[in-house]
Design a protein around this ligand. Structure first.
Ligand SMILES: N[C@@H](CCC(=O)N[C@@H](CS)C(=O)NCC(=O)O)C(=O)O
Length: 254
């Protein structure tokens, strides 16, 4: 990995540490999702981060519509929902329900998909928002402002989980390029999932929980690693964070 790449990952580790590695572990039981909710999100926004952590905790997938500063298309889409146009906003396309703001979204997510109560570290209180703000500052202005980019015809797919230091730079770039993507959360569900892909903390052959998304990913793709990007527009599937970033820059930055 290049010096710049290593510095980027070190800063991303810092951001995850400031948020106490929330957005790593997820529920062992996975909800069957037929129609995915749509999350209007800005990667660097402290409140949006708390929602993304909740999604990892609940092991839920969403269709992300990044709304960077200077956004045109997703800002228009968000405003057309008829709400206040705040970030984060979660839209359930099957019911038309629009939920605005981190507190309301977390309440809906944990009552619908969790045990009812929003866990202490996901609550939108002053401490969590402060730590999330610090995490954003550790990333400078990444994942904040729109950069001129080509718009893909079809949304991309990204396998990730919120605290993943290697995935964060990819999500930041997707946000800056205002590229819509399906976020597949591959939350860690057991001790054997912990650690980087090349040296998991658990010795021996890697065995995800049978029947889980991780298990399906291992069987279908041959490995479980974040980030992993699929672009249906070019038919390309890309592993390795630096290669994913280069791919996005080459294909979408104008
Ligand atoms: N060299 C890879 C490292 C990727 C990596 O190790 N990612 C971690 C998450 S940050 C991972 O996939 N860990 C294994 C797992 O979650 O099962 C890259 O740059 O993308």
């Amino acid at each position: 990995m290049s010096m710049t790449g290593s510095r980027n990952i070190a800063g991303s580790v810092g951001a995850s540490t400031l948020r106490l590695w929330q957005g790593t572990m997820g529920s062992r039981k996975e909800v069957e999702q037929t129609v995915l909710p749509v999350l209007y999100d800005r990667e660097s926004d402290p409140a949006c981060r708390l929602v993304r952590e909740s999604l990892t905790a609940l092991n839920l997938d969403v269709d992300v519509r990044p709304v960077p500063q200077g956004s045109v298309i997703h800002r228009m889409e968000l405003d057309a929902l008829g709400g206040k146009g705040v970030l984060p906003t979660l839209h359930f396309p099957d019911t038309g329900e629009v939920v605005e703001g981190v507190e309301a979204i977390n309440r809906v997510l944990f009552s619908r998909y969790g045990h009812g109560k929003v866990p202490r570290l996901q609550r939108a209180n002053r401490l969590n928002l402060f730590l999330s703000e610090l995490a954003s500052r550790a990333r400078g202005s990444r994942g904040t402002r729109r950069v001129e980019a080509r718009r893909p015809e079809q949304a991309l797919t990204l396998y990730s989980f919120e605290s993943s230091p290697y995935s964060r730079p990819v999500r930041e770039l997707l946000c800056e390029l205002e590229i819509p993507y399906r976020l597949i959360n591959i939350s860690k569900q057991q001790r054997a999932d912990l650690g980087p892909a090349i040296c998991r903390l658990h010795l021996g052959e890697y065995q995800p929980i049978p029947g889980s998304k991780r298990d399906r990913t291992l069987r279908e793709k041959g490995r479980v690693q974040a980030p992993y990007l699929i672009d249906p527009n070019s038919g390309q599937e890309v592993w390795e964070s630096e290669r994913v970033l280069t791919y996005l820059k080459n294909h979408y930055v104008v």
